[in-house]
Ligand binder design. Sequence first.
Ligand SMILES: *[C@@H]1O[C@H](CO)[C@@H](O)[C@H](O)[C@H]1NC(C)=O
Ligand SMILES: *[C@@H]1O[C@H](CO)[C@@H](O)[C@H](O)[C@H]1NC(C)=O
Length: 389
Amino acid sequence: MITANPFKQRKYPFVFALSVLLLTVAVFFLTKNAAVSRLDVVGDGTSFSDDDDLDAAMMKWEIWYDNVPHPKLVEVKKVQNWVRKSGDYFVFPVGGTQFKEGVDHYIEFIEKFKLQTLPTIKWGKHVRVVLDVGCGVASFGGYLLDKNVITMSFAPRDVHEAQIQFALERGIPATLSVIGTRKLTFPDDAYDLIHCARCKVQWDKEGVLKNARGKPLLELNRILRPGGFFIWSATPVYLKDEAHRKIWNAMVALTESMCWKIVAKTFDASGIGLVIYQKHVSYTCYEQRKDNRPPLCYHKQSLNRSWYVLLTNCISRLLVDSNRNWPKRWPQRLSSKPLSPSTNPDAEEAFNNDTKHWLALVSDVYREGLGINWPGIRNVMDMNAGYGG
Ligand SMILES: *[C@@H]1O[C@H](CO)[C@@H](O)[C@H](O)[C@H]1NC(C)=O
Ligand SMILES: *[C@@H]1O[C@H](CO)[C@@H](O)[C@H](O)[C@H]1NC(C)=O
């Protein structure tokens, strides 16, 4: 039965509900409303025609200058060609300083890795949900929209005061967040891929050989799903002076102890070194380590809680039946029950009920009945996301 009241109390208040809300909202837009492409968000909501695609490709989005009035930013960033003012708009020429050759080349480049034994990174199929750490103006996530990938971008601090606003204005999910002393507010196993291009996080913080080693990287390990990838594009990957070598060696020790495998180490088109790691899918590697450091977390440490919880120095447990068939490829994944809320015996039925409920409610009530002009709407906050329906 579809209730006509869209504000009915929801039944599934999972702790992680809020943390996935922006992603789920974006899922909705990409799948249900493909016509609302990224270009529609420009200015007053009018779409570009095909003829305009060339211009659009050169500029990759504009946002109204008056919405983000930070003239100093353009002045400061002039040399880097990161953002320019053009008429009434800010424009983002090549996607920021992280990507000298343009972020679109960078993304194609990553996809091109064909490795003998491993699946390639197939944007939009195996890799659907991405986290970009230290995101700048979130161009990486922005360009991945073209590939059917949802990226949550976060900046550890907003040095230029308007990065997150820029990202949201461009219609890209973004938030301020920091990997410092507390866990990120994301559930375990949430992301297919995590990306850090010169994001300046010291992953091996707190010393490799002490008990509390590499807490920031262990936190990434927690939110990365088994078999997921971590792309680290940074100077220690290729610069050979002593300081850089030291960081690289620390990363080697740390990632080996966590059973992350290097699947590629190379240079991107602009000559920056990058390394792609993959998280382990089973317990065998953990069990075979000579030294049980970092140890596996007690089970109760890893589920449910991520608000106001201190970073831990243990390896979070794998999902019980995590295997290579999970998650399903996009878009089948949208309607397959996620593994995580399965502690509830009715979980599958509840999930299916929820999916049906919101499918009907969104199409009958929200999209048709509320008189909302959806093409004019891009960023939505769902304050009780439940299963994300
Ligand atoms: C997760 O939260 C639920 C509801 O608060 C609780 O019943 C369950 O025991 C928790 N699970 C763990 C592993 O802490
Ligand atoms: C699913 O929906 C059916 C039909 O409305 C209902 O009888 C059942 O209790 C629901 N199950 C759960 C777990 O919510």
